[in-house]
Design a protein around this ligand. Structure first.
Ligand code: ASP
Length: 602
């Protein structure tokens, strides 16, 4: 080894030890006769002192080094003199007095500071990802991710799970996204699909009798990208036989709780995790992946508002449309008349963007003797107001936002405003972790365009047992045995108990607009397998990228993926995707036909 110690491990007890260290120059301070170098490696930073008098050769070399040079230092550990310790560094009580110093490799001036935590242009970060990954913050994230995956592997191994790899070159999988296709050279005109998940194969492994399978699996979905989505991503994929919904949920809840505490060093806000029914989650939070780091929720006041004199509420209530209120705690307290108007107008614009016709509001005075402000206050009697405030737990200074429309519009507005209020009031603390389960999803959503049902999860999800008869009579009412795990507003895992009975499976295909013929073509191997002794089974998959992002307190999954793609699905460091050689296409019997405007730029 070119080093005896790393840059994070020396302490005062090592005083006097002879060491060899190597790493990158994080910072250099030239004070004439003495040069200080902060030497950095993955484990930390150690201060090197190079004295012209005692080590003239090393001092000469040190005067040449620049940031990010790779150097090797031989020297002696010494406790720093009184008053010069650096409490910011774990090694801050010692330094290494250099005897010899060698430049192992020089560095050009990097395009951004590695030694400062500054905002860097995303494009530059991605182009020079290897330098971006060198930054201590990124190294912390990538190491955290490693620890998460290692913990998961150990946790599951201890509980009898076997990790089994499944192919990347495979066939279409039913997750509902677009496939990435790979042409086959040996079978011209045929294509593999990259797996959107190992769904089929993990179920087949249950037929094969493995009972407890998992995999840290790479998945591929050709979708439009967002901050929490990448075209390729990693899942903890898991499947268990002879289980019910509770068994899978308990296993994952235990795993996530321990991960949060032991690996991320944080405490989940709720233990056990709350369980929300799908429609309750929508009614209360406007979302099936609610952020429960904050308590703001929509409260139904249709009964009270329906008795008021405000025509919109009265009419809507009569038509069965809800009136719900979001209470923004203390949000009106600091606001003067004009500022309040400006804020409520902004909120109203947001509500309108979600399809609402308007947004009614009441501002509760900070001083109890003052009047309630807002255009609809006058339509409520004193008693009605008192009843309202009591139901909402309203306090002086609160801003109450009234939403009334179809249920769907109210959900959308609730979600949008809830997030906005939380942001405005600084309630979404990245250091907090709030998990919850969402269950009792409808099996299907109606697809108006295609005039068919779309599965909420995928076509292998079993309805909750008592709803199986609804498949024949009223499929829209059937609930699936699906469970989603949500953390801080992100879906971090989802799974279900599966259909293991061919007769039920065959009922699903026509409902979702699949002919039996097409289904057999795509999934015939599964239907056949199910006839050879299939255990009841269920599973779940958890997005490692999102999970690592949330546990690291980062706002974007690119912060926890070593080499992510940009928003347009490109790797701008390596220039992928790229145009293949004509001979490669020829071998694959592929001709690219492009409209002139889509021709790739050289
Ligand atoms: N395959 C599903 C997914 O990737 C998860 C599961 O049902 O286990 O979302």
């Amino acid at each position: 080894m070119l080093k005896t110690h790393n840059c994070g491990e020396l302490r005062p007890k090592d005083d006097g030890m002879q060491v060899v260290m190597a790493g990158w120059v994080h910072r250099r301070r030239d004070q004439g006769g003495v040069i200080f170098i902060d030497l950095r490696d993955r484990w930390g930073i150690t201060q090197i002192v190079v004295n012209q008098e005692t080590a003239p050769q090393a001092h000469q070399t040190a005067s040449e080094v620049r940031n990010e040079y790779v150097i090797q230092v031989k020297g002696v550990v010494r406790v720093r003199p009184e008053g010069t310790a650096n409490p910011e560094l774990e090694t801050g009580e010692i330094e290494v007095a250099a005897q010899e110093l060698e430049i192992l490799n020089r560095a050009k001036t990097p395009p951004f500071y590695i030694n400062k935590n500054e905002k860097i242009d995303e494009v530059v970060r991605m182009k020079y990802r290897y330098l971006d990954l060198r930054r201590p913050q990124m190294q912390r994230n990538i190491v955290l991710r490693h620890k998460i995956v290692k913990f998961i592997r150990d946790y599951l191994d201890e509980r009898g799970f076997v990790e089994i790899e499944t192919p990347i070159l495979f066939k279409t999988t039913p997750e509902g996204a677009r496939d990435f296709l790979v042409p086959s050279r040996l079978l011209p005109g045929h294509f593999y699909a990259l797996p959107q998940s190992p769904q089929q194969l993990k179920q087949l492994l249950m037929v094969a009798g493995y009972e407890r399978y998992f995999q840290i699996a790479r998945c591929f979905r050709d979708e439009d990208l967002r901050g929490d989505r990448q075209p390729e991503f990693t899942q903890l994929d898991l499947e268990m036989s002879f289980v019910e919904r509770e068994d899978v949920m308990d296993l994952i809840e235990g795993l996530m709780t321990e991960l949060t505490i032991k690996v991320a060093g944080k405490t989940p806000r709720f233990m056990p995790f709350p369980r929300l029914k799908y429609y309750d989650a929508l009614d209360r939070y406007g979302s099936d992946k609610p952020d429960l780091r904050y308590d703001i929720e929509a409260v139904d006041v249709t009964d009270i508002a329906g008795k008021s004199a405000f025509p919109v509420f009265v009419n809507n209530a009569a038509e069965g449309k809800p009136v719900r209120v979001l209470r923004a705690p203390g949000m009106a307290r600091e606001l003067s008349g004009t500022a309040l108007r400006r804020v409520t107008e902004e909120l109203e614009q947001m509500a309108k963007a979600e399809g609402a016709r308007g947004l009614a509001w009441m501002a509760l005075p900070a001083n109890e003797s003052d009047e309630v402000k807002g255009p609809i206050g006058k339509f409520f009697t004193v008693e009605q107001k008192a009843e309202l405030f009591e139901r909402l737990g309203a306090e002086p200074g609160d801003l109450l936002l009234f939403m009334s429309d179809t249920r769907e519009v109210v959900w959308a507005v609730t979600d949008r405003l809830r997030r906005h209020i939380a942001e405005r009031l600084g309630l979404a603390d990245p250091e907090q972790i709030a998990f919850c389960w969402v269950i009792d999803f409808p099996m299907f959503h109606w697809n108006e365009e295609e005039q068919r049902w779309d599965p909420s999860q995928h076509m292998f999800t079993l309805p909750v047992p008592e709803d199986i008869p609804l498949l024949d009579t009223d499929p829209g009412k059937a609930r699936g045995s699906q469970y989603d795990l949500v953390c801080n507003g992100y879906e971090v895992a989802g799974g279900s108990i599966r259909i293991h009975d061919r007769a039920i499976q065959e009922k699903i295909f026509p409902l979702i607009g699949q002919t039996m013929e097409r289904a057999r073509e795509q999934f015939g191997h599964m239907l056949e397998a199910f006839e050879y002794g299939t255990p009841p089974h269920g599973g779940i998959a958890s997005g490692i990228d999102r999970l690592a992002m949330v546990l690291a307190g980062e706002p974007n999954i690119r912060e926890v993926i070593a080499f992510p793609k940009t928003q347009s699905g490109a790797d701008i460091m390596a220039h992928a995707p790229s145009v293949p050689e004509p001979s490669q296409l020829e071998e694959l019997h592929i001709r690219v036909v492009l409209e002139p405007e889509k021709k790739p730029q050289p």
